[in-house]
Design a protein around this ligand. Structure first.
Ligand code: SF4
Ligand code: SF4
Length: 385
């Protein structure tokens, strides 16, 4: 079932270059000037759950430095062409390493005895990618679901669906009518399963399912990632420089604008527009200076942040602190924020625009998606615009 045009995932035009960061070691023999084929191994990831780095297109290695490889597109260039892997014949304990080697970031499984949730919900307001994938890429998602069942043979897979979206056929499906922040992976898990603490483990969104289904269909390394750019949805090669992504949709950042990676609620501002797009980014949005919230005003002691908090935390205790005091928050405040899910609902509710999510993160809030705090390391600083 196709959605409206702006929900259809569009193919990204051929990229001229890519800037790809990694946290492991470069593939043997990789060096500047070397030709590489699309899907060729560029670096082996150190982390067990993080996919190895694969070339998103064919070209030559423009530069190689610790944690970063830059690739330039060249027509007709060929390096080591990857051969398809018959994932059907890979089983048991070999499946996860095989998927990692194909470039997949593996989802974190649910604790033993608990079901895994396949969420079709858009986790944050304005993201839109989940519904777009669910509507446009059903066959691939179903292949991803089958592969996930083999990856986690001991977990029941339960689909979590908003109204009027068809299940993929995992078995059990539950309708979920609550809105943000309960649609975030960590809080969804808490609410659906009645768990006392938020945790994003064992929650799989359509973007991860799409990645699984894509490699299941071809047996080839993953060379595209789903991403929303200014509300439009694309399948794009990872490593595109953020400045070039914005330029491709006719956006040129001006002084004072804000580039936001991720959703509107828990997204992270970035000034590093020279860094490459990553699979965990999900969304890139440019917010013009004139549309940015005005600077925070003093706390009004209204308590709306506490009311908005799905965990009932006393976030207002922290919001009253002057911004310059946040580097040394007293134990009472840190204690009030213990267990924070990092959902950002308090910040959205605050009429004084206190940056409460940043405060919660400073106090050690978890990432509601379970992402690494600031993504993989390395990568150059901002490029001149
Ligand atoms: S980010 Fe704010 S609303 Fe969300 S759990 Fe933490 S304190 Fe509560
Ligand atoms: S919502 Fe904002 S203004 Fe109101 S108590 Fe919380 S921090 Fe203070």
């Amino acid at each position: 079932m196709a959605g409206r045009d702006h929900r259809v995932l569009k193919a990204w035009p051929q990229a001229a270059s890519a800037s790809l960061s990694f946290d492991g070691r470069p593939a043997p023999g990789l060096k500047p000037g070397r030709p590489v084929s699309r899907g060729q191994l560029l670096a082996i990831s150190r982390a067990a759950g993080q996919g190895d780095l694969r070339a998103p297109f064919s070209g030559t290695v423009a530069s190689l430095s610790p944690g970063l490889v830059e690739l330039a597109f060249r027509e007709g260039v060929s390096g080591q062409v990857p051969r398809p892997l018959d994932l059907g014949s890979v089983g048991g304990a070999d499946l996860a390493p095989a998927l990692k080697s194909l470039g997949l970031d593996l989802p974190r499984p649910a604790p033993p005895g608990q079901p895994a949730l396949i969420s079709a919900l858009d986790p944050e307001p304005g993201l839109g990618l989940a519904r777009a994938l669910w509507q446009d890429q059903r066959t691939t998602l179903q292949r991803g679901l089958a592969l996930l069942g083999r990856l986690w043979p001991d977990s029941e897979l339960v689909e979590i669906l908003p109204p009027r979206l068809d299940p993929l056929g995992a078995g059990r499906a539950l309708r979920f009518r609550e809105g943000f922040p309960m649609t975030l992976p960590s809080l969804l898990r808490m609410r659906v399963l009645g768990l006392p603490w938020p945790s994003p483990d064992g929650v799989v969104g359509p973007e991860r399912l799409w990645a699984l289904g894509t490699v299941a269909r071809s047996g080839l390394p993953l060379t595209l990632v789903p991403v929303s750019v200014q509300g439009f949805h694309y399948l794009a090669p990872p490593g595109l420089r953020l400045s070039e992504v914005l330029a491709a949709v006719n956006l040129k950042p001006l002084l004072g604008d804000l580039a936001l990676l991720g959703g509107l609620a828990t997204g992270r501002p970035t000034a590093r527009l020279g860094r490459g797009l990553r699979a965990s980014d999900l969304s890139l949005r440019l917010i013009r200076a004139g549309r940015l919230p005005r600077p925070p005003a003093p706390c009004r002691l209204c308590g709306l942040c506490r009311q908005a908090c799905p965990l009932g935390l006393q976030v207002d205790l922290a919001g009253q602190f002057p911004l310059e005091g946040w580097a040394r928050l007293p134990a009472k405040v840190l204690g009030a924020l213990a267990g924070c899910a990092g959902c950002g609902a308090c910040a959205l509710a605050c009429p004084s625009l206190r940056p409460l999510l940043a405060l919660a993160q400073a106090a050690g809030a978890d990432d509601p998606y379970g992402r690494a705090p600031w993504g993989p390391p390395a990568g150059p600083g901002p490029r001149q615009q």
